[in-house]
Design a binder for this molecule. Sequence first.
Ligand SMILES: Nc1ncnc2c1ncn2[C@@H]1O[C@H](COP(=O)(O)OP(=O)(O)O)[C@@H](O)[C@H]1O
Ligand SMILES: CC(=O)N[C@@H](CCC(=O)OP(=O)(O)O)C(=O)O
Length: 257
Amino acid sequence: MDVSVIKIGGNIIDNPAELEQFLTDFSKIEGYKVLVHGGGKSATKMAQSIGLVPQMIDGRRITDAPMLDVVVMIYAGQINKHIVAQLQAKDNNAIGFSGADGNLIQSTKRNHPTIDYGFVGDVKQVNTKLLATLLEAGVVPVFCAITHDKNGQLLNTNADTIASELSIALSEVFDVTLTYCFEKQGVLQDSEDDSSVITEINEALYNKLKEEKVIHSGMIPKLDNCFNSLSRGVQKIKIGHHKMLQNSDIPHTTITL
Ligand SMILES: Nc1ncnc2c1ncn2[C@@H]1O[C@H](COP(=O)(O)OP(=O)(O)O)[C@@H](O)[C@H]1O
Ligand SMILES: CC(=O)N[C@@H](CCC(=O)OP(=O)(O)O)C(=O)O
């Protein structure tokens, strides 16, 4: 059985028209599917509006106690519930989850020798059995970027990594295609030129393009997650604009080992 795991990031979520378009395309995907959403942009805006100073290191948000409250409210509350309601309006039986719900994603607080990331979690374990049962029951699970440590602590976890870890876990049971959707057409030779899509990237090309600074910022952790997922069993990974979900002729990037 095939499963589609789709991740959307903050730039789509922050644009109501784009989000609506994405959800229309997503709702038409047939078969088992899982949606993972970020929302970093909205969390940053909300944090700033109440006087917090957002800080990111290596694509991870430094998350002290007040920031954890903000991300739980924004990711597990505002964004997750709006997406679930919009999918219900499109006749997809969506249920929203954090990793604490049903113990679906357990993580451990990041322990870095020099940087205190605060309440940031690295995924330890996915409750694959419950997730498979939900899919088999016709549920469309919608995950936000919040996990827990099974000792009562919620933890903020990068949404690309959640998509990757869920895909790795599901690939033990299903054939998984993981798709990272964002505002561009794919990994680009020139990040400002949507017609410069690189249609296939393997690890050697990735390292070369990273060195040449063609690939930078948020694309680096995204591709690191992709290679990790492929080497741990995920069958297929694509990066591109959500239009490709309904039209496979739209150029996009396929990741290979
Ligand atoms: N070669 C590249 N092609 C496309 N995007 C790139 C490239 N290099 C860096 N990027 C950046 O990566 C970003 C996507 O990663 P990220 O910020 O994690 O977005 P999201 O969370 O929305 O998926 C793009 O907005 C773009 O600015
Ligand atoms: C620990 C950590 O960095 N968590 C991320 C989770 C949200 C996310 O990944 O959102 P995008 O996909 O929109 O970037 C954050 O708070 O920004």
